[in-house]
Design a protein around this ligand. Structure first.
Ligand code: ADP
Ligand code: MG
Length: 701
């Protein structure tokens, strides 16, 4: 797609604002806009009008069906297609689509995870149109983004609580801003840009690995002789096959109105990243779900497989999804932009403090918002941020905060000119904050970057928790400032900011998060270090969590419990499938490789001995001996894993079960892998029924 075509075709598959303006009567367009901007209720006659225009456009563009598109607790998206046709008596059909069909769907909810929220006999569920995320065409269907809830109105998805959390944050933020004199602000928007990391490998290799097919990550595999130690992949020249893929991917995303912006090679071999321009939170979340889907589809066309798992390969970096997060008013003010004089920028300081307090106070819940079986392999591995949550603010903000604490005036660092030592190079000013890749939560100029989310899961959860926690802290700040005006308010703000900072400054850390000293220091500061999902899980249904989420109307207590169950069950099931897959691969594929190699060596040895006498065949004997040693250890470990996997299944308490998988089954798998990889490393590739690490990581050219 050339540049001209791009501007013409960008968003051509989206029923966007421009189309609505063109195709809807003025008053209808205004009504929809009001709903989108201010979250007001939408009347049925408006919906009827929008539905008719949407259908007309969709049919013009070749769509025959429509589907409500939603995000159940599987973490994936779901869809069920209906055609537009209405048969007539004369044997012909017309294409119809009503406002009712647009705003409400009734899928059977009984086969989606609900964590005990509804019994199987209460199968009914509802999907409800989210007008703030635009409808689009894909594979001949009109896709309508929707929320998904049970017959009783409980949220069964990720969108509903996300929208609730955006509204809660907006409500509290507007309250504070009005108090600070910004009375024209009506709504505050959460903005998100989520950078997506992924691996690309050859599809034929992918299909030969049961572990990748069933679990998304490799469960065995001796390391390749080269990994990421040469630091030659990050930002490296993009190989032609990958470049062609990225090119197609961009085009497909652009057509869907997804603002794909940056693409580059990542640290690990075969690892890449895509970053979009930021958008309103719920649209960004929908777009990220779509991006993951399109990434896989386009890969398939290029004879590649796109791996989105957080840790597809042992020994090299896994993949994350950096969540860049900010808040912006409907009057265009980015509340996390420090401006030229951050020390005097009251809204900035108030919002900054709310974020610091939120991250400190709700660290365990924030940790949980990114917890999954896959992501546990990544956090704390000296490649992603540690499981300890801290905030990096950089030098300049640290100075600003110091002045808040000391009550002194902040003078401002001023911009520093860069001198590169060659006059031909341009002169530019240096950023006031450096980068810190080890921090889980880093201030990056005009937004925070939450680096813990994993690559495979929806970023909805992380933002639900972040929005809600910040809403709560804003409410607390408001309560302390309410009733003050003018100079008294200014004084009070200083006092409250100082007090809040003193309470929460333990969460601020500008140093290297990978060191052991930090782990000890963090423990001294009382910061939680929750290494695994089962360890963190009880916090989700703690009093603190229930109070937070129910107060702001994000989750009811039942909804929290349902999510608790779903997360734990999902975790245990994932590891269970991994354990079974690993056993099967070792029993069948690896064992076959070992035995056929041993058979050939033995044959070789016997022939040699016939020729040269009994004493010959030393090499074969040696190889056989070592291989035999590893395999017999491997079979012992395999037996233990099989026994423990069976024991895990008998546990009835879901938390106890998940802990057992984490503590026992996962470490059995580690032990087993050690011997399996030892054996594999000795066998020539041609004996293995599956591709090696070296083949998978370095074959795409
Ligand atoms: P880096 O890898 O250095 O963090 P990238 O350019 O890859 O930088 O990603 C930065 C991301 O931050 C982009 O997705 C960008 O759209 C997003 N971003 C920029 N400003 C904001 C903002 N105000 N709110 C949310 N996200 C933002
Ligand atoms: Mg980043």
């Amino acid at each position: 797609m050339d540049a001209k075509k791009l501007t013409e075709e960008y968003g051509c598959l989206v029923f966007n604002d421009k189309l609505m303006r063109e195709r809807l009567p003025k008053d209808i367009y205004k009504a929809v806009h009001k709903t989108i901007e201010l979250g007001t209720h939408l009347e049925l006659d408006v919906a009827n009008c929008v539905a008719a225009a949407m259908k007309e456009w969709a049919v013009e563009n070749g769509a025959t069906h429509f589907t409500h598109w939603f995000q159940p607790m599987t973490g994936l998206t779901a869809e069920k297609h209906d055609s537009f046709i209405t048969p007539l008596d004369d044997g012909s059909v017309i294409m119809e689509f009503s406002g009712k069909e647009l705003i409400k769907g009734e899928p059977d909810a009984s086969s989606f995870p609900s964590g005990g929220l509804r019994a199987t006999f209460e199968a009914r569920g509802y999907t409800a149109w989210d007008p703030s995320s635009p409808a689009f065409i894909k594979d001949g269907s009109l896709y309508i983004p929707t929320a998904f809830c049970s017959y009783g109105g409980e949220a069964l998805d990720k969108k509903t609580p996300l929208l609730r959390s955006m509204e809660a944050l907006s409500k509290e933020a507007v309250k504070v801003l009005h108090l600070l004199g910004y009375t024209d602000v009506k709504r505050v928007n959460t903005t998100i840009g989520s950078e997506q990391e992924y691996f690309l490998i050859d599809k034929d290799y992918y299909k030969k690995r049961k572990d990748l097919l069933f679990t998304g990550r490799t469960l065995i595999g001796a390391p390749a002789t080269k990994g990421q130690e040469m630091e030659d992949h990050y930002f490296g020249v993009i190989k032609p096959k990958v470049s062609a893929y990225m090119h197609d991917l961009d085009e497909e995303l652009w057509k869907l109105g997804i603002p794909a912006k940056t693409k580059h090679n990542e640290v690990a071999p075969a690892q890449h990243e895509l970053a979009p321009v930021f958008e309103t939170a719920n649209v960004a979340v929908d777009h990220n779900q779509l991006t993951m889907e399109v990434m896989k589809k386009v890969a398939d066309k290029h004879n590649l497989a796109c791996l989105l798992h957080e840790k597809p390969f042992e020994g090299i970096n896994g993949s994350g999804k950096h969540n860049n997060w900010s808040v912006c008013t409907d009057t265009g003010m980015n509340l996390l932009d420090p401006g030229k004089k951050p020390g005097e920028n009251t809204p900035f300081l108030v919002f900054l403090m709310a974020v610091i307090a939120a991250v400190d106070e709700y660290a365990p819940i924030l940790r949980l918002s990114v917890a999954s079986a896959g992501n546990d392999h990544r956090l704390g591995g000296n490649e992603a941020p540690p499981a300890i949550i801290s905030i990096f603010v950089g030098d300049e903000l640290a100075e600003v905060l110091k002045s808040v604490e000391e009550g002194s005036a902040y003078q401002g660092a001023g911009k520093v000119q860069m001198a590169l030592g060659a006059t031909v190079l341009p002169h530019f000013t240096k950023d006031n904050t450096d980068r810190n890749r080890t921090s889980p939560f880093a201030f990056t100029g005009n937004k925070f970057e939450f680096r813990m989310p994993g690559s495979a899961v929806s970023v909805a959860n992380a933002n639900i928790v972040l929005n809600t926690a910040v809403a709560e802290e804003l409410d607390k700040l408001y309560a302390q400032l309410e009733g003050f005006e003018g100079a008294a308010l200014e004084e009070k703000i200083k006092e409250v900011l100082k007090k809040t900072l003193e309470e929460h400054k333990r969460v601020l850390f500008n140093g290297n998060g990978y060191t052991d000293e930090w782990v000890q220091e963090a423990a001294k500061r009382g910061l939680p270090n929750l290494k695994s999902l089962p360890e963190a899980m009880p916090y989700w249904i703690s009093k603190e969590s229930i109070d937070l989420f129910t107060k702001h109307g994000i989750f009811t207590e039942q909804e929290l419990h349902s999510r608790y169950e779903i997360l734990l069950e999902n975790y245990s099931k994932s590891i269970h499938i991994e354990a079974l897959t690993m056993q099967e691969m070792i029993r069948k594929d690896l064992t076959e490789g070992i035995l056929s190699y041993e058979k050939d060596i033995t044959k070789e040895m016997v022939q040699k001995q016939q020729l040269l006498g009994e004493g010959s065949g030393a090499l074969e004997k040696e190889v056989l001996k070592v291989l035999d040693g590893s395999s017999s250890e491997m079979y012992k470990a395999l037996t233990k894993l099989a026994q423990d996997t069976a024991t895990a299944e008998t546990k009835t308490d879901i938390l106890e079960q998940a802990s057992f998988y984490q503590e026992t089954v996962l470490s059995d798998m580690d032990e087993l892998r050690k011997y399996a990889d030892q054996a594999e490393a000795m066998i020539p590739d041609k004996y293995l029924g599956y591709p090696t690490y070296g083949q998978m990581l370095f074959s795409v050219r």
